[in-house]
Write a protein that binds this ligand. Structure first.
Ligand code: SF4
Ligand code: SF4
Length: 297
């Protein structure tokens, strides 16, 4: 796979270095680094498009803010690439209106906007999915006999945090892994923004933490904490499904809150981030946080 990267700022540099260290250096056919102080609104993009663009399969644009993201589909066109990843680490990067403009400007190119990068999963596109075999939403296998014996990372977050977390959870009690993995993500540190994303209603940093929690719960086969709906009081037919509308995990495309056959809300303990937003939003007080062992299928 031929990978062309457009990058800006410290976040962009970190992702490039991390991907190169994790084995992608030989796939990188081109790299364009843009200054951080570009205007938010740009009328003429031509001056920002590199002169010599090599043939590429996948374009990755990391750390760009505002209108400059419009050069990404133009570069894709010149390179022949039909696959583009534009990850968000900050809510101000690519607002929904700009995303629509980017997509409309390149209708024959598959463009995804993972928020954050460590939520990227296969989408049915040859080159995005090839990238996803190794990088994206973290996946790991954990061997444990009460204590964590061995951790094998099968897919790492593109920033490299999953390998760091894996190294630091060996030897600790399995019951404590969920909490400790989140702490280790912050120690790495995760560079996602602490600003609340208006689309999601939570911070992108928190979303990154929820993905790590889900990863270790799935690897262990259990979780230690989740929001739970009381079906004696859930009045889903009356309430406009506030829990579903406001769950940040649902906002980024996950099935964390769904309706069961009785049209009542059900929360998936694997992907619940325990943010408590649904608890505040439910008009019937039907959701509580529970700390106990949840079996994860
Ligand atoms: S606590 Fe509620 S809103 Fe938050 S992630 Fe879990 S289900 Fe979603
Ligand atoms: S849990 Fe609350 S917000 Fe969610 S569907 Fe039931 S009543 Fe509505």
């Amino acid at each position: 796979m031929k990978l062309y990267i457009i990058s800006s700022g410290k976040y962009g540099s970190r992702i490039i270095n991390s991907l190169a260290e994790m084995g992608l250096a030989s796939s990188m056919v081109g790299l364009e680094e843009l200054p951080e102080d570009l205007p938010e609104f740009i009328d003429d993009f031509e001056g920002y498009i590199p002169k010599n663009i090599p043939r590429a399969d996948l374009i990755l644009a990391v750390g760009l803010f505002g209108d400059i993201n419009m050069i990404v589909p133009l570069i894709a066109e010149k390179s022949g690439a039909k696959s583009v990843i534009i990850p968000h680490h900050d809510p101000a990067q690519v607002p929904p209106g700009l995303q629509s403009e980017i997509i409309e400007s390149a209708p024959d190119v598959k463009i995804v906007f993972p928020k954050p990068f460590c939520t990227l999963e296969p989408v049915g596109d040859q080159f995005i999915d090839e990238f996803c075999q190794e990088f994206g939403k973290p996946e790991m296998e954990i061997e444990s006999d009460g204590l964590v014996k061995k951790v094998t990372v099968t897919r790492t977050a593109p920033c490299g945090s999953t390998n760091y977390i894996a190294e630091h959870i060996e030897g600790i009690p399995a019951d404590e892994v969920e909490l400790e993995a989140g702490n280790k993500l912050h120690n790495y540190p995760c560079n996602a923004s602490m600003a609340t994303d208006p689309v999601v209603g939570d911070t992108i940093l928190h979303l990154a933490g929820y993905q790590v929690k889900e990863t270790v719960r799935r690897a262990l086969g259990f979780g230690m904490k989740s929001a739970v709906v009381d079906h004696d009081t859930c009045e889903a037919s009356e309430c406009q499904h506030e829990c579903i509308k406001h769950c940040p995990q649902v906002q980024i495309g996950l099935d964390t809150v769904t309706l069961n056959e009785n049209e009542q809300a059900v929360i998936d303990p694997a992907s619940c981030g325990c943010c408590e937003i649904c608890i505040k939003e439910c008009p019937y007080g039907s959701i509580e946080m529970e700390e106990r062992k949840f079996t994860i299928e």
